[in-house]
Ligand binder design. Structure first.
Ligand code: CA
Ligand code: CA
Length: 204
């Protein structure tokens, strides 16, 4: 059996790990038969992943009788480490050994998976954007409909709020006798910049 950070993940996505963190793979090799095995070795299919035996002295930690044979009931350990990459990752461990009586070559494989997570955040800040499109009222009487009246009043309030000297900028730019019957002032008279002149065009 092969584990990632101590957990078994035969199927994706597997364990979630931070990108750049150290990943530890553990390979547990057992002998479910009744014949001792010699020449036990473990490999991994991913380049750069090299399983090494976990030793106690000169013997594998699981070689309890210190005979260098994987006997029934023993569990030998191998381990390898790597650095987590982003996204889905999979690798397969392979254990091999040979029966000491039958001389049969045996092999077994086990996969494991992790998913490297990488946090991110993104912000877009705009000034003077996006462009606002004003709809011309349908069926409104006169040169200015209700929407136009609201737009002019809103822009006048904005101008007045920006004036820090107690007088309305709209008053300063408001020429005598340029008012429409609805109380709107022409864009040119108010010093506003934009397309159109109260004609329902785009405002920037
Ligand atoms: Ca042994
Ligand atoms: Ca596994």
């Amino acid at each position: 059996m092969k584990l990632t950070n101590g957990t078994d993940n035969d199927n994706p996505p597997g364990l979630l790990v931070p990108v750049g963190s150290t990943v530890t793979w553990t390979y547990q090799v057992t002998n479910p038969g009744n014949e001792s095995l010699a020449g036990v070795a473990v490999t991994d299919n991913q380049p750069g992943v090299h399983p090494a035996p976990v030793l106690t002295g000169l013997f594998n930690q699981g070689d309890t009788n210190h005979n260098n044979l994987l006997d029934p009931g023993e569990q030998w350990l191998y381990t390898a480490t790597g650095t987590a990459v982003a996204g889905q990752y999979a690798n397969i461990g392979t254990a091999t050994g040979t029966g000491t009586v039958s001389n049969t070559f045996l092999t077994d494989t086990n996969p494991d998976h992790y998913f490297g997570v990488q946090p991110a955040i993104h912000l877009v800040k705009l000034t003077n954007g996006p462009t606002t499109t004003w709809a011309r009222p349908v069926g409104a009487g006169g040169q200015h409909g209700d929407l136009d009246v609201q737009r002019h009043e809103s822009r006048q309030r904005a101008l007045e709020e920006r004036d820090g000297h107690g007088r309305s900028r709209s008053d300063r730019y408001r020429p005598t006798g340029d008012a429409t019957p609805t109380g709107c002032w022409s864009r040119r008279a108010l010093g506003l910049h934009g397309h159109g002149d109260g004609d329902g065009g785009s405002v920037r």
